[in-house]
Write a protein that binds this ligand. Structure first.
Ligand SMILES: *[C@@H]1O[C@H](CO)[C@@H](O)[C@H](O)[C@H]1NC(C)=O
Ligand SMILES: *[C@@H]1O[C@H](CO)[C@@H](O)[C@H](O)[C@H]1NC(C)=O
Ligand SMILES: *[C@@H]1O[C@H](CO)[C@@H](O)[C@H](O)[C@H]1NC(C)=O
Ligand SMILES: *[C@@H]1O[C@H](CO)[C@@H](O)[C@H](O)[C@H]1NC(C)=O
Ligand SMILES: *[C@@H]1O[C@H](CO)[C@@H](O)[C@H](O)[C@H]1NC(C)=O
Length: 461
């Protein structure tokens, strides 16, 4: 077994270049994501698929990856954690994922661009450096106004802070709709926005801009204080025009409280022009003006309606986009309430960290059903669970359970972990809460913010 030492090295450098790429064949036919969708065209293999790399000779090899715990830090914070995954090796001591290493941020100066970090590892016996892995860290000046959103790279969820509501980061599960301009926002009526949020939604992606709907977008920008409705600003109409992107980010980034993210491109892999380059350039333009909020849709992932059915992918986090509409010659009917709620539940079980349906206004039954679902999923009782992580191991008649609240707020109303066959709590080697074990359920009435707990139980039989 080899014992490893880990080190960090910091350098300031510029980031990433991407080359232009065209995809597939028959580019003169109307295609979406490379495939034809109208009946008069023949079926063909669109080509352009990406394939997994061929395995390296001598595998398994050490595969080390690293990322800061959060997508950004503010200079009001003292420590970062780096997540280090060192997988697939033959030496068990390095075959670990999700290892966390604390690092004092006070050694750094806040900057608007990412700081390049190189993590190196070497066997402790003193042989020269064995490998390095590069990542970046965003360390920004504290912002006394407006909002900041960051991604938890360990659990994949969003954290939101706003000087007007709550200046500390709290978990945020966005739940709402893309809101159409034509028969909703164009009405220029704040009471329909209030009615939307009264149904239980906490998020909206308005399909309009400051230029087209200044009164409404300004209302959304400031409304977070009153009704906890937050919005994602859309650049879909002009993400390939970087002057347009820059002008819009300059208008949006000072939104006092309500802005939580940007939507850079709509199904960029559907359009056949520069599907990889355009979103990456829009991303760079957005981040250069506003590094304080995430941008949905990166250059790796687009969203090809249901070809991939993964929904929009954030900088990292997955937000699920269920269908709540019909028509356009392709979608025969609305999903039922049951279908809608099952889609949302499955997506959440599968790790979705937000739900934005297409499109508002929707039918009255779907509006009410999604509103109730939003009130439940995005509400205080449940949002905390997005940050609770539990794992268990059973060995020789005993079971160890680890329960972590990765969030910055206490989880009230009880946390329960199913522990079938456990009979009594033998010890609690870590954590200060008093666990109760009853009928195969390990529970605690309140799980404090950032609590880490280990519980060992005897197994019957
Ligand atoms: C690495 O760890 C995983 C999970 O514990 C295990 O399934 C796998 O066999 C290990 N691989 C090697 C090469 O040790
Ligand atoms: C929208 O309503 C506001 C408030 O009544 C008004 O000042 C503004 O001119 C209206 N905008 C449009 C485009 O009608
Ligand atoms: C790009 O956007 C700018 C700013 O909104 C606009 O003036 C210009 O006409 C746009 N260019 C094209 C080709 O649409
Ligand atoms: C896009 O996000 C995915 C998922 O986190 C990540 O694997 C990929 O590297 C990202 N692509 C870019 C260009 O940042
Ligand atoms: C519980 O005990 C039963 C009977 O011994 C066994 O089949 C089952 O696998 C156990 N479950 C767990 C989670 O240990």
């Amino acid at each position: 077994m080899v014992d490893w030492a880990w080190g960090l090295c910091l350098c300031l450098t510029a980031i990433i270049t991407v080359t232009a790429q065209q995809t597939g064949q028959h580019s003169d036919w109307p295609r979406w994501c490379g495939t034809v969708y109208q009946p008069r065209y023949p079926h063909f293999d669109p080509g352009g698929q990406t394939l997994p790399p061929t395995p390296a000779p001598g595998a398994p090899l050490l595969h080390v990856q690293s990322q800061p715990r959060y997508s950004l830090y503010l200079d009001s914070e003292q420590y970062d954690e780096f997540i280090v995954n060192a997988g697939m090796s033959k030496t068990p001591s390095v075959n670990t994922t999700g290892g966390l290493f604390r690092f004092p941020l006070t050694l750094l100066k806040p900057a608007l661009s990412p700081i390049r970090v190189v993590i190196y590892g070497a066997p402790k016996n003193g042989t020269p450096t064995f490998f390095t892995v590069a990542t970046t860290l965003l360390y920004l000046l504290y912002k006394p106004t407006g909002s900041v959103t960051r991604i938890d790279n360990l659990h994949g969820c969003l954290y939101f802070s706003s000087s007007l509501i709550n200046p500390t980061f709290a978990p945020f599960f966005p739940y709402g709709f893309y809101a159409s301009h034509d028969n909703f926002l164009r009405l220029n009526d704040t009471s329909v926005i209030d009615a939307y949020s009264a149904l239980g939604f906490n998020a909206m992606t308005p399909l309009t801009t400051f230029d087209d709907s200044s009164y409404i977008v300004t209302y959304l920008s400031t409304s977070a204080q009153r009704r906890l409705l937050r919005f994602m600003y859309s650049l879909r109409e002009g993400y390939k025009n970087l002057s347009y992107v820059r002008a819009n980010i300059l208008a949006a980034h000072d939104a006092p409280a309500g802005l939580f993210a940007y939507w850079s491109a709509d199904e960029p892999d559907g359009w056949q022009e520069e599907p990889f380059l355009s979103p990456q350039q829009a991303y760079g333009t957005i981040r250069a003006v506003d590094p304080y909020r995430p941008v949905s849709c990166n250059a790796t992932y687009g969203e090809c309606v249901c070809d991939n059915c993964e929904g929009t992918v954030w900088d990292v986090t997955v937000v699920f986009n269920p269908q709540s509409f019909h028509g356009e010659g392709y979608w025969l009917g609305d999903p039922s309430v049951e279908e809608s709620l099952i889609m949302v539940s499955l997506a959440v079980n599968d790790g979705a960290k937000g739900v934005i349906s297409w499109v508002w206004p929707t039918s009255e039954v779907l509006a009410v059903a999604h509103g109730r679902s939003a009130g439940m999923l995005a509400g205080n009782e449940v949002v905390g669970f997005v940050v609770v992580d539990a794992a268990g191991w059973a060995v020789a008649g005993k079971m160890l359970v680890s329960v972590v609240n990765g969030g910055y707020v206490d989880i009230e109303g009880g946390v329960t972990v199913l522990v079938p066959n456990a009979t009594i709590i033998e010890s609690t080697p870590w954590g200060s809460v008093r666990w109760k074990l009853e009928a195969g359920k390990l529970s605690v009435p309140l799980l404090p913010a950032l609590a880490t707990n280990l519980v060992i139980m005897d197994l019957g039989g």
